[in-house]
Structures are given as structure tokens and as C-alpha cells.
Design a binder for this molecule. Structure first.
Ligand code: NUP
Length: 216
């Protein structure tokens, strides 16, 4: 099953309290295209949180998998067995490592997204200089899509041009300074928003506001 772009909003569930996460998921699950989990919530609540969140919407495991092919395969298998619909891996480990994730995903009918240029300032130290090569690598390995920064719409547009029909998930909206509508305009299919939603006084209203911006 592939994650479809409807609201175009993915919530980054980086809260570490299980009850809080489930309460947010219950309220927002029907409105967003996916919930993205990362290490903070899985380390605090256990891998079972994926299955619990999945009752509400698709779940993407942002584990930034970055190991040798065999270890990547084992990580992907456990993640898909836990119920994740997609996994995020790093590309800098090389094509064979990404390919191992793609092969595991195909076996389980799941998706793989490869990190290219990250959204934070430190991405300029190493990643930016190789971002387009990482896009090519993701494509060559048969990944479903890539992660590219909403904090730099001009870079996002450049990455979009290179990415062909691969999906682009774009983090960095809100707290990191990126703008949701600009990211979509630059070529993202989905934006990922964490703190600006889950730390808002009313997370439901905050998500609605993003969805409204994305519709225009
Ligand atoms: O380049 C990336 N930037 C980024 O922020 C790649 C990511 N996977 N993320 C993740 O997106 C980050 O780890 C967090 O889970 C989410 C953004 O959260 P926020 O800045 O909206 O709170």
C-alpha cells in the first residue's frame, strides 16, 4: 500500500508520552496522511507504539537506517512486522545499503524514503554537496521517494527537478523556519510538521491551519 497525498500533511510525533501521542493521533489521524515516528517515541514507548498509532492513519518509521545491507534488511523487517507502512533510510551509506531497504520493503509491500539534504543548518557541512547524487542513488535503488528540506525552497526545487516521479516528503516546516505552502510550490508532495502542531495550544486547530494553507 502506498501513502496517498490527500491533506499532504504528515505529523512528526516526537512526543515521548504514550497517552499524549495516542490522544493527538485519535484527534488528528483522520486529517493527516500519515504519522511519522522517530527514535524519541519508540525509545520511550517501545516498537509497539507503531501498531497503536496505525489504528488512526499510516505510520512512517523515521529510523534513518544507516548500516551495512544485512543489518538494514533486519531493521526494515522488524519495522514492517511492527506495522509501519514506510521507513526512512540514509543514502550516504551507499547503493547496496539502500537497495537492501528497498528489497525488504518490496517483500512486505511497504515504501522506502531516502534522506537527501537535511533541513537543519548542519546539512551544509557535508550533505548539501552530495544531495543531488543522493537523489540519483535513491532513484537507481528503486526507492519510492526522498526527504528534502522545506527550510531551503530553492534547493527543494532543484532536488524536485532531479527526482523525477519520486515522492518528496519535506520536513522543516514551522519551528525550523520553513513554510508549508512554499514547500509544496517548490515540488514537495507532503510536508512534515512536528513541534508546530504537537506543542500548539490546540494541536487540532494547528493541523487544520496547515491543511488549509496546503489546500490553497
Ligand atoms: O532533514 C530532516 N529534517 C527533519 O527535521 C529529516 C528529518 N527526518 N527530520 C525530522 O522531521 C526530525 O527528526 C523531526 O522528527 C521532524 C521535524 O520536526 P519539527 O522540526 O517539525 O518539530
Amino acid at each position: 500500500m502506498t501513502i496517498k497525498a490527500e491533506s499532504r500533511l504528515i505529523i512528526a510525533m516526537d512526543v515521548t508520552d504514550r497517552k499524549e501521542a495516542l490522544a493527538i493521533a485519535e484527534k488528528l489521524g483522520g486529517a493527516v496522511d500519515a504519522i511519522k515516528v522517530n527514535y524519541p517515541i519508540v525509545l520511550s514507548c517501545g516498537l509497539g507504539i507503531i501498531g497503536e498509532l496505525k489504528q488512526y492513519t499510516n505510520v512512517i518509521a523515521d529510523f534513518k537506517v544507516a548500516d551495512i545491507p544485512n543489518t538494514n534488511k533486519l531493521i526494515c523487517e522488524e519495522t514492517f512486522k511492527a506495522g509501519a507502512d514506510a521507513i526512512i533510510c540514509q543514502g550516504f551509506t551507499g547503493k547496496d545499503s539502500v537497495q537492501a531497504c528497498v528489497d525488504a520493503a518490496k517483500q512486505y509491500g511497504k515504501e522506502v524514503f531516502v534522506v537527501t539534504e537535511m533541513s537543519h543548518p548542519g546539512a551544509l557541512d557535508f550533505l548539501q554537496g552530495h544531495a543531488l547524487e543522493l537523489v540519483d542513488l535513491a532513484r537507481a535503488a528503486g526507492a519510492n521517494g526522498i526527504i528534502a528540506p522545506a527550510t531551503r525552497p530553492e534547493r527543494l526545487a532543484m532536488i524536485r527537478q532531479r527526482a523525477g516521479d519520486m515522492k518528496i516528503l519535506s520536513p522543516g516546516v514551522g519551528t525550523q523556519g520553513g513554510d508549508a505552502a512554499s514547500a509544496i510550490k517548490a515540488g514537495a508532495d507532503f510536508v512534515i510538521v512536528g513541534r508546530s502542531i504537537y506543542n500548539a495550544p490546540d494541536p487540532y486547530q494547528a493541523a487544520k491551519n496547515f491543511i488549509e494553507q496546503l489546500r490553497r
